[in-house]
Design a protein around this ligand. Structure first.
Ligand code: SF4
Length: 291
């Protein structure tokens, strides 16, 4: 069977990908492998609203975060293979349930299939690109006019930390230009009359235990580079999942003191956005991978 040579993400593996599986770091084949398609109510309020965000969780990931909160699907690639036509039908069904948007989670390895999917059927609600932030600008440019809302993480500014915990010392070198490209495409946030986001970029940051300096540096970077042209979503729900038990510094939840230190810095910088409550750190919020 003929393979497709991939350079979609910063890994630029040049790996061969076949329909079901691939030889690249993400392990993804060319057909979309999907773990869950359902309305989701625990995104930011302007994304989930009352009717939920129509999430499509893709399996496989271009990063290898040892603490991944979705380890079952990112590293173990649990999920079901769909054809592009089946994915298109499932997205249409999701839209028919009244969700506020179609939210593609960890979509990067499947850019080719997703573009073809939206050629078959383009939903009328906004499309959300929910990503680790580890993206190539060249790949993002192909999404211009197709994606309405970008929801990237900015996990680290420190290369030593991103190398040790996510296997990508060049994370920040790619994430910063990638988010600049996203903001160029979407412009500043736009909402409808009921406060649901129609367009824009929300930069997410998960506070890691023992690494509040990294969080402060990430917030400083957002302030310096983007000001109020993005919203910030500060996440305090870290749980020591995945392989976190092998790393002493991150094998615990964040403390109230750590959480408050980072939240105070967000306030001091007068950045706009959201801070997730510490009480949201519960394993019951990890979805069932039940496609
Ligand atoms: S998307 Fe996967 S196969 Fe393609 S370059 Fe990235 S890690 Fe390699």
């Amino acid at each position: 069977m003929e393979g497709y040579v991939c350079s979609l993400c910063p890994r630029q593996c040049g790996a061969l990908r076949y329909e079901e599986d691939g030889e690249g770091i993400c392990g993804a084949g060319t057909l979309p492998r999907v773990a869950r398609i359902a309305p989701h109510y625990w995104e930011e309020p302007c994304i989930s609203g009352e009717r939920g965000s129509g999430t499509v969780f893709f399996s496989g990931c271009t990063l290898s975060c040892v603490f991944c909160q979705n380890y079952e699907i990112s590293a173990k690639r649990r999920g079901k293979l769909l054809t592009v036509e089946e994915l298109s039908d499932r997205i249409k069904e999701l839209e028919d349930r009244g969700v506020h948007n179609i939210n593609l989670v960890s979509p990067t390895p499947y850019v080719e299939s997703i573009i073809r999917c939206f050629e078959l059927y383009r939903p009328k609600v906004p499309i959300v690109w929910n990503t680790s932030g580890y993206e190539r600008v060249e790949t993002l440019r192909r999404l211009e006019g197709l994606v309405d809302i970008y929801l990237p993480d900015l996990k680290y500014t420190d290369p030593a930390l991103s190398g040790r915990l996510s296997g990508a010392a060049d994370y920040f070198d790619y994430a910063l230009p990638a988010i600049k490209e996203m903001v160029r495409q979407t412009g500043s946030p736009v909402f409808d009359d009921s406060g649901i986001m129609l367009r824009g970029t929300i930069v997410r940051h998960l506070i890691l235990p023992g690494h509040t300096k990294n969080s402060v540096s990430v917030l400083d970077c957002i302030k310096r580079e983007f000001g109020t042209s993005v919203l910030v979503s500060l996440m305090g729900q870290y749980l020591p999942l995945g392989r976190a038990g092998e790393f002493a510094d991150i094998n615990r939840r964040i403390t109230k003191r750590e959480y408050e230190k980072v939240c105070s810095h967000l306030e001091a910088l007068e950045l706009e956005g959201f801070a997730q409550e510490l009480s949201s750190a519960k394993e019951s919020y990890v979805p069932d991978w039940d496609l």
